[in-house]
Design a protein around this ligand. Structure first.
Ligand code: NAG
Ligand code: NAG
Length: 217
């Protein structure tokens, strides 16, 4: 009786890649290549470290966006003249709130626009100012529209409000450049847009009846 053929247990020899036949003669490393590689590595290091610094700054300072609001408003006059032009005289106390605990801000290029029925009727500016952390600063603006020509619907809106509700609805928009200071090292600038819908009672001493505001970047 014949014993069975022995089974091959050893795997076949690994496939050998014939480097020597395929490779061209070795070249010496190009110095320019080395320089590029080093620069690349440096760039990555800068990006990674910069990102880390920003992340840490964010965690440490926990920045918050300042808010724009309206504290009070007085409607001294609001009427259509004989040419159906708009006349408005309103004093507004605007409120800038910096709720940050560690960040002071500087407000610049502050523009306040007054809208009646989606039509801009007055623009004023407020002087730049600095606001410390956890402060709310009030700035007075005197909005005047003097014989402003506007579409008929604006006049109708004003008249209807005064006659039917004894009040007028306006929109007050505040636009300003905000410079947030993170310690002494870093200042970040961005534009903020505050928009408030306000209802003011009839002149000559109309008071603020309601105000809804939001501030966006
Ligand atoms: C200003 O607004 C903040 C909230 O944004 C509020 O807490 C503060 O009372 C307001 N200040 C005044 C004087 O209305
Ligand atoms: C503008 O006024 C017209 C009527 O004059 C009114 O129908 C319309 O809703 C008003 N629009 C706004 C945004 O106030």
């Amino acid at each position: 009786m014949k014993s069975p053929e022995p089974v091959h247990t050893t795997p076949p020899p690994p496939y050998r890649y014939k480097h020597d036949q395929l490779e061209r003669p070795r070249q010496r490393t190009n110095p320019l290549g080395w320089l590029l590689a080093v620069l690349c590595a440096l760039l990555w290091a800068i990006i990674v470290i910069g990102g880390l610094i920003l992340a840490i700054a964010y965690l440490v300072f926990q920045p918050k966006t300042p808010r724009f609001g309206i504290t009070s408003a007085t409607l001294n006059a609001a009427y259509l003249d004989t040419g159906n032009r708009i006349n408005i005289d309103m004093s507004i106390l605007t409120n800038f709130t910096n709720s940050n605990h560690k960040v002071d801000v500087f407000y610049e290029d502050i523009t306040i626009n007054l809208y009646l029925n989606n039509t801009i009727i007055s623009t004023q500016s407020i002087k730049s100012f600095n606001e410390r952390r956890r402060m709310a600063d009030i700035r007075n603006v005197h909005m005047i529209a003097s014989a402003v020509t506007a579409p008929a619907s604006v006049g109708i809106w004003l008249k209807t409000g005064l006659v039917n509700a004894n009040s007028v609805e306006f929109y007050v928009q505040g636009r300003f450049l905000t410079k947030a200071r993170f310690g002494n090292l870093l200042t970040v600038s961005y534009w903020l847009h505050g928009l408030c819908k306000i209802v003011v009672s009839a002149p000559p001493s109309g008071v603020l009846m309601s105000s809804q505001c939001r501030t966006k970047k």
